[in-house]
Ligand binder design. Sequence first.
Ligand SMILES: *Cc1c(COP(=O)(O)O)cnc(C)c1O
Ligand code: SF4
Length: 484
Amino acid sequence: MSTDNIQIGKRGDEQQSEIKHIRPLVDPTTLSHRELLRGDFWRKIPAYKDVDSETFLDHKFQMRNTITSVEKLLSAVQGLVPESFYDDVADGFKHSPMSVRVSPYLLSLIDWNNAYADPLRKQFIPVGSKLLPDHPKLTLDSLSEQEDSPVRGLTHRYRDKALFLTLDTCPVYCRFCTRSYAVGIDTDDVEKVSLKARSNRWDLVFQYISERPELEDIVISGGDSYNLRASQIRQIGETLLNMTNIRRIRFATKGPAVMPQKILTDHDWVRELTWVANHGRRLHKEVVVHTHFNHPNEITEITRDAMNALYERGIVIRNQSVLQRGVNDTVDEMRELVRRLSYCNVQPYYVYAHDLVSGVEDLRTTIQTGMDIEKRVRGDVAGFNTPTFVCDAPGGGGKRQIHSFEHYERATGISVYTSPAVKGGFFLYFDPVDTLDEDNQARWADAAEHQDMVDDAMDNARANMAVAAKASSIDTSDADGPVH
Ligand SMILES: *Cc1c(COP(=O)(O)O)cnc(C)c1O
Ligand code: SF4
């Protein structure tokens, strides 16, 4: 305790008459997370210059005018971008595992005068000139979701929870989608696994879930729950909640981040979601929404109105972000995102290290960046609003705290994770090659070097684990096993 404090103590019961600002007063500009975009911002887009507020806030307008071809995308922003940008986008999509799908709302949030640098453009609209070669260790289904799939469209990897892929469409298509093996329509690069919203496929999924008493927690995802019809939200929610083993369900949707209008104007959908949440509450079971905001610019007054509408109905909303280079990989942007989400009653739950997905190497960053940002975000807001930074271990290890690797060989960009509660053995994540020094970039360019690099990382991981084991009262041999 400092002497100052002791003196205050000595004054005893004497009433304090003046506030003492021990912390310096904040500069009001640091509270920018509360300044949400409002007004008719969409009118600066040539295609929407005559669209009034009532129309723009109608989800039917948003859906009807969602852009699904490069030509339409470019004609909507005609005059805002130079001619050369058009060719760059066309080239970008030619090499993308995802097709074009952008809502008018999303399009209007992009700063087209600065299209190359814009954090939303980067997530949804590839430009050929910025693409980097995939990491040599990358595979299409890097999380091995199909390997852990007892029924098509259900991944049962963790003991008590499973992931139900109800359908294969979304309100928009993200460049960086982990499920590019299934989600969206076929592209030049990828012929997709079919996951249609069909009741007979779901019946098998329901049967499996009901036959597994250990399952308590179901993630209803896709694709995207937003694209389920109101009646399907009810059918899936009611069926799962009525199973005695199920205690928790979550509807996963990117919708609030890309088309919040639906929550404000699709009354049927919100009514059925609310019905499911209330039904769950009656049964003492949790029904929540998990959404996916990545950048503070995705959160506007419209978003806040939509989040308030869910909050008023007692529906908890949590957020999962993906850490992306040039999008949210600075301390300022990540803090702003976390503060803004908290401000809108959305709990920041996870920040994922970017999965090893094809065609988006420019968006991935290093594990070290994730750790450095995490260190500077934790402590800024309430603990329950502080996201856990995770790496979803390639090869099916599941989500691991980003800093919990057994070893991280920063020079070659290899991190080694174990996941004893999920599966014994080792799981490797690889930093993007272009972030490494020249010597190590050259090693990745030479296939004959790859095994040596992995072996080095593994030797170091095993050595670290042997040292750690000596200090632990836990038998840690369960972590050992093959390299997945
Ligand atoms: C992420 C995920 C879950 C849910 O995990 P939480 O850590 O509880 O959010 C369940 N199954 C699979 C396959 C997943 O990828
Ligand atoms: S909304 Fe989700 S599932 Fe759909 S494309 Fe984006 S990341 Fe993939």
